[in-house]
Design a protein around this ligand. Sequence first.
Ligand code: SF4
Length: 312
Amino acid sequence: MKIILANPRGFCAGVNMAIDSLEHALALFGTPIYAYHEIVHNRPVVERFRKRGVVFVDSIEEVPESGTVLYSAHGVSPVIREASERRRLRAIDATCPLVTKVHTEAVRYAREGYTIVLIGHEGHDEVVGTMGEAPHHIVLVEDEEDVERLDLPADAKVAYLTQTTLSVDETQSIIAALKRRFPQVAGPAKDDICYATQNRQEAVHELVPEGDMVLVLGSQNSSNSMRLAEIARQHGKPAHLIDGVAELRDEWFAGAEVVLVTAGASAPEDVVSACVTYLRVKFGAEVESRTVREEHVSFPLPRELRALTVVR
Ligand code: SF4
């Protein structure tokens, strides 16, 4: 067996920053400490923090007054920030700057009187946060059919934004449908899909023809991880999205000579290494690392933590 290890894979700059933020907050303030929503959409990461005393909540009311709360990499809507202020919480904002950029655009378009069409997945934390910036100005579309169903005149003042972790190809089709209905539509130069999502998808597109099957490390609620498995299947290759080595099934590898291994932007490298080690031991697999694109992106810690670090 040969394993092709796709590069880039795994942690992106936003996830690194969010996890570092929670580490710093734990060191500075100790427990109890609260995270509003999963800090990143990855079960092993969340479980490790949970064991260290981090409490993950889905409602700000669950955080005791004057407590410390971290907002996840996916961002929050203004009503959550206001609720935190009312409870006099110490709030640390670990929203990825690339998500914040979409929020800022939503606020700007709403102020300028646009109806904003947000391309994204209903109920995803990031979409909930972005829509909360201008709830009366944003409509959500998930596919081309939703675009056809939009109840807007052809000459409407429309702009579009996208979730950061979508399929590049599907999003282009939806944007094309929008442009057919509203040729005047305003929007970003291309879309708001982040560099990390694009690069991980590009690597799978490029390497998957060489593989017999694909292993994607990531959680079932991780949008960008799910897209990687989907791309593999679109190329006609079986793909399994798993959190870690405990979920591997030997029968998946029957007849597989080349296995492509990748990981979503929230999956830690140790879960990749554990799977690779298993395949080496069990099937005598050899590993070839293949880099499709270099990444050199990093984000600073949130302002609230930087200020405290300087004081110390
Ligand atoms: S996947 Fe992209 S938008 Fe999401 S945290 Fe990572 S860099 Fe930021």
